[in-house]
Ligand binder design. Structure first.
Ligand SMILES: [Zn+2]
Ligand SMILES: [Zn+2]
Length: 297
């Protein structure tokens, strides 16, 4: 297990490595885009080189990025008014086309940075049917792969199951993969909080191992490429995406210790996306807890 965290890349992507090292990360997740806007960051060659050099020097890896939250490949392929709800529209945008374009950018910068993959929320079927959305998501990812040759993969992440989000069950993830068609650039990322919120009881003894067996039965062996390690502010099956510091939530210390003792996770990056003790995101305290449970197992 390579314990790591989502860290800020502000001030230059290579600073993410410094931040990860400062809190004890062994692996890492970053945003390669500014999370609030579609406009991509113009990463300078020197920053990319510094990122790769520091990661190699510090032995940090695997490193993944998390896709922009604005991306929704399940959105209808049509122009819609944009802007905050209840206010006059600021303009028109085709969310689907913007999402494909952004995914291409994520894969291109991921390739330049040497990332294993882009963790991607599958999408939402809002304003569409589930079948139509899944078909569009598959076509969109296939198009993005074709437009960005390389090895950087897409890791589809399970959701907490809120609203019309797709990916709350392993069967839905399987359907999305089938819609992409043949590709060796698709993997999966499971988030422990999302699993718990969507009804997979990873807090009970042996719960994670059993969940991974179910995952493998649906998606096959070797398909899990990343685990998001988060405790949950909300109850089992509550379908809400609310992360908590490790051991302080409904999964709790015993549940977390059990997850960190799961042999099937041995070769994976375990990425924390927790609020942190001061609300500024993953910190050394949370990382140390994860390492202590792992090392005790
Ligand atoms: Zn996510
Ligand atoms: Zn996550």
């Amino acid at each position: 297990m390579r314990i790591g965290a989502h860290v800020s890349a502000s001030g230059g992507i290579s600073k993410a490595i410094d931040r990860g090292v400062a809190i004890g990360c062994e692996s890492l997740q970053v945003f390669t885009h500014n999370p609030r806007t579609w406009r991509p960051i113009n990463h300078k060659d020197a920053e990319i080189e510094a990122f790769r050099e520091k990661a190699a020097a510090e032995g940090i890896g695997p490193i993944v990025s998390h896709g922009l939250y604005l991306i929704n490949l399940g959105a209808p392929d049509e122009e819609v008014p944009t802007g905050p709800p209840g206010k006059p529209a600021k303009g028109m945008r085709n969310i689907y086309r913007s999402s494909v374009e952004s995914l291409v950018q994520h894969l291109e910068i991921g390739e330049r940075l040497g990332l294993e993959g882009v963790v991607l929320h599958v999408g939402s079927s809002r304003n569409s049917t589930m079948e139509e959305s899944i078909a569009r998501i598959g076509a969109g990812i296939a198009e993005a792969f074709a437009a960005s040759p390389g090895e950087c993969a897409v890791f589809l992440e399970n959701t907490a199951g809120a609203g019309d989000t797709i990916g709350r069950t392993f069967e839905q993830l399987r359907d999305v993969e089938a819609a992409i068609g043949s590709s060796d650039r698709v993997g999966f990322c499971l988030d422990t909080q999302h699993l718990f919120a969507s009804g997979y009881d990873v807090a009970s003894p042996g719960g994670m191992a059993k969940t991974l067996e179910e995952f493998e039965a649906v998606l096959g062996p070797g398909r899990l490429r990343c685990l998001h390690l988060n405790d949950s502010k909300v109850e089992l099956g509550s379908n809400r995406d609310r992360h908590e510091n490790l051991g302080e939530g409904m999964i709790g210390e015993e549940g977390m210790a059990d997850i960190l003792a799961t042999p099937a996770l041995a070769d994976l990056p375990l990425i924390l996306e927790v609020p942190g003790q001061d609300g500024n995101g993953p910190d050394a305290i949370n990382i140390d807890r994860a390492k202590a449970w792992r090392d005790a197992a």
